[in-house]
Design a protein around this ligand. Structure first.
Ligand code: COA
Length: 330
């Protein structure tokens, strides 16, 4: 009889950066108020890293911390998956820079996943398939975004929402009943235009005009994204629980993408899990896209909020529109 192999998270890490941009700072920069941002989003401040830091620095720091917690070396990894939509460069993958910066010399497969705010869930889902099929034993999964480099700080519809950050987890093959129980990933490609960076790709290659017209910055139909977020995240949560014959009562902790406290409140009500069972750090970090879940997870783990055998529900949604879930027995 073959034993079932699961992927278990044995280390987490993060990079938070030191620069803090508060709502009061933003009041000085554009037509907004601390009251509006706090009431409409739950965000009070976000991190903006210094100009000398690049995405792979943040990612390598986070994964390095996760490896330390796991008691593993960079060369122990069979694979590095980096969820990001703010890579170091269009070519090569940021994960390749992370491998170099960590000093891993074992040629482990290292690649990026561009699923926006769902990037970490997508990365975990891919890692889980490689581990379950025994093609990898130890995988580093990162969610990292340096969004301050692609935000238009004259556009109050977007710049107040997002911040920089990185988080990571080390997943290892495990034959106990603990680990990732399921992952589900989805994309609704009819909604691509709701959250985009218009220029810099093949549709609109970089020209002096694209730069002058500020087409290299994030643009978003916030109200529409909000609507889909509440609906699809709630559906994803229900599907994950049903697939594992569980109910809302079984969930110890929800580690959800931190986009807007009102989105989380809407999901909490729809799936009937009180908001006090959600890990919440949106007030301090804003929306850090793919970094959001691993950053929240690392804070929860280091704050001893997660105990053995706890059931963790992870849900995220972002540009694409792409979304997904992971259900984990800790
Ligand atoms: N400060 C002050 N006023 C602002 C503002 C800001 N930073 N941003 C927008 N407003 C204004 C709008 O211009 C609008 O004014 P109008 O009524 O005169 O046109 C008004 O506030 C209401 O705008 P609206 O877009 O309806 O607000 P909202 O309640 O939907 O909140 C978001 C806007 C962006 C906070 C919300 O839609 C949201 O969080 N969406 C999801 C975004 C997200 O997280 N996406 C990432 C992927 S998950």
């Amino acid at each position: 009889m073959t034993t079932e192999v699961r992927s278990r998270i044995v280390g987490t890490g993060s990079y938070k950066g030191e620069g803090v941009l508060t709502n009061h700072d933003l009041e000085q920069m554009l037509d907004t108020t601390d009251d509006w941002i706090t009431e409409r989003t739950g965000i009070k401040e976000r991190r903006v890293v210094s100009k000398k830091i690049v995405t792979s620095d943040m990612a390598a720091h986070a994964l390095g911390q996760a490896l330390d917690m796991a008691g593993l070396e960079p060369n122990d990894l069979d694979m590095i998956i980096c969820g990001t939509v703010t890579p170091d460069r269009p070519l090569p993958a940021t994960a390749a820079y992370v491998q170099k910066k960590l000093g891993a010399s074992n040629h482990c497969a290292s690649f990026d996943v561009a699923a926006a705010c769902a990037g970490f869930i997508y990365g975990m889902s891919i890692a889980d398939v490689f581990i379950r099929t025994q093609k990898a034993k130890r995988v580093g999964v990162i969610g990292v975004e340096l969004l301050s480099r692609v935000l238009d700080y004259t556009d109050r519809n977007t710049c107040v929402l997002f911040g920089d950050g990185a988080g990571a987890a080390v997943l290892v093959a495990d034959e106990s009943d603990r680990g990732i129980l399921s992952t589900h990933t989805y994309t609704d490609g009819s909604l691509t235009e709701l959250l985009i960076i218009p220029a810099g790709g093949s549709v609109m290659p970089t020209t002096p005009n694209t730069a002058a017209e500020r087409l290299h910055y994030v643009r978003m139909e916030g109200r529409e994204v909000f609507r889909y977020a509440v609906r699809y995240l709630s559906e994803a949560a229900r599907t994950a629980l049903k697939a594992n014959n569980m109910t809302n009562d079984d969930v110890s902790l929800v580690v959800a993408h931190q986009a807007n406290i009102r989105i989380l409140d809407g999901v909490a009500k729809r799936v009937d899990i009180p908001l006090d069972r959600f890990v919440l750090n949106i007030e301090r970090f804003g929306n850090t896209s793919s970094a959001s879940i691993p950053l929240a997870l690392d804070e929860a783990v280091r704050g001893n909020l997660v105990k053995s055998d706890d059931i963790l529900l992870m849900i995220a949604l972002g540009g694409g529109i792409s979304w997904g879930s992971a259900l984990i027995k800790w």
